[in-house]
Write a protein that binds this ligand. Structure first.
Ligand SMILES: *Cc1c(COP(=O)(O)O)cnc(C)c1O
Length: 428
């Protein structure tokens, strides 16, 4: 009897044999557990929107929507994905600092529930487009707040940013209804940062964002129908880290919302989340092709690497830190050796894990990188060296579903053309 890592009782070895490697495996039970933990703790009046940026697979979006999430999208492809996943346009919000006229027109024509505007010229353009279509889209003003709260991997407030409009510029914006008559300005959106592991930071962000939203609504004279307080709930990847304490988050956010409700009973409050909802559900599976040593160090060269999982490189920190890694086949082998697991790319950066404690490895072994459901292939250079996008499998109710085929070489060539002048005449 072999000891293999399993997802909902299915040996990953079998998934790899059926669907090939490299492979992303998503566990729908884990997606649901993450969603429900937050949903059950959070005040029922706080809405949860799923940020497709974290994992744009249509099946992942559909799972989260079935659980009750709306969708936050930032491109026409993500808008279409949300629609295919069954999210109604009214429960979709469109966000992003560089929306095209086509994207804004789609928001207007398809009745996207909330358009989050990030600059004054964007408001002007959307106002024109709305006028042309005799529509009045609902708009949130994205604010780049003057404050910041320490403790996020990426801090947004109090800095020069391409996102949103500076708080002080908005304060001087005047009456928004008079200025943009074709827009229905309904509220404010603020996103304070990503991968926040300290629940008190999220609570404090929420409290301050709600206050800021009230102040701006009074100053600019619009009814405050909606506040999107962002989110940024983090998950632990590296040694010494701990997942954000969800009870701490919900306790703090609920208290802030309760205070706010006392003053603004009818205002919708939204949280938008990507990583927290999807990261834990994903397992990246690669198969070792070759093992070798170089100057006394052990290398396992696998069939996939940073081309599918750039986040695992651990960029942004001086020392390479490893995502949680595990051998998935014959898991009872003791971890007695130190290995680098690298991918197929011709760059030394293609190192999935460095100096990891693993059992003696051999060609054919499967290696898993856990917590890989967010910012995987879509945030990685999948075209680098032409290996293309890996397959994705969603395991739901004990059944694996192929939810994305891996790319074939012809897929990568399908949109390339030879210019006519390189068709040289044949010499006789
Ligand atoms: C990236 C992003 C999110 C999702 O962030 P996570 O940390 O993955 O939850 C939400 N809102 C905005 C504006 C973003 O840019």
């Amino acid at each position: 009897m072999t000891t293999d890592h399993r997802v909902q009782g299915i040996a990953v070895r079998d998934l790899a044999d059926t669907f090939g490697t490299p492979l992303f495996v998503y566990d729908a039970d884990v997606l649901a557990a993450q969603y429900r933990t937050l949903r059950q703790g959070l005040d029922p009046s706080v809405e949860i929107y799923y940020s497709l940026k974290a994992n744009p697979n249509v099946a992942v979006c559909a799972e989260l929507h079935a659980l009750g999430a709306g969708a936050e999208v930032s491109s026409l492809a993500e808008l279409l994905t949300a629609a295919r996943a069954g999210v109604p346009a009214e429960r979709t919000m469109f966000l992003g600092p560089g929306k095209s006229a086509d994207e804004l027109t789609a928001c207007v024509k398809e009745g996207v529930g909330l358009v989050v505007c990030e600059s004054f010229p964007e408001l002007d353009l959307l106002n024109d487009l709305a006028g042309q279509h005799a529509a009045r889209p609902s708009v949130l003003l994205r604010v780049n707040p003057a404050f910041s709260v320490k403790g996020s991997g990426l801090t947004m407030g109090g800095k020069a940013r391409q996102f949103g409009m500076d708080e002080d510029q908005l304060e001087a914006a005047g009456n928004v209804t008079a200025r943009w008559p074709h827009l229905h300005v309904r509220g404010v959106e603020v996103f304070m940062g990503t991968r926040i592991l300290d629940s008190s930071v999220i609570a404090e962000n929420t409290r301050r964002i709600l206050l800021l939203a009230e102040r701006l609504a009074d100053l600019l004279d619009f009814p405050l129908d909606v506040v999107d307080v962002g989110g940024g709930l983090g998950v632990a990847y590296f040694e010494g880290e701990q997942d954000v304490d969800v009870d701490g988050v919900t306790g703090g956010v609920n208290q802030a919302v309760l205070d706010f409700r006392g003053r603004r009973p009818g205002t919708r409050v939204i949280m938008e989340l990507g990583r927290y909802l999807t990261a834990l559900a994903g397992l990246y599976v690669t198969r070792i092709r070759y093992v070798k040593t170089s100057r006394g160090e052990r290398f396992a060269v696998a069939d996939g690497g940073t081309n599918h999982h750039m986040a695992a490189v651990g960029t942004g920190s001086f020392v390479k830190r490893n995502f949680p890694v595990q051998v998935l086949t014959d898991t009872d082998r003791p971890a007695t050796e130190t290995w680098h697991v690298t991918g197929p790319l011709c760059t030394p950066n293609d190192t999935l894990v460095k100096n990891a404690k693993l059992p003696p490895l051999q060609a054919g072994d499967l290696i898993g990188i856990h917590r890989s459901g967010a910012y995987g292939p879509s945030a990685s250079p999948v075209l680098f060296l032409g290996h293309g996008h890996p397959a994705e499998v969603l395991v739901a109710n004990g059944t694996p579903h192929l939810v994305r085929e891996h790319d074939m070489p012809q897929d990568l060539l399908a949109k390339q053309r030879l210019p006519l002048h390189t068709t040289h005449p044949v010499r006789s």
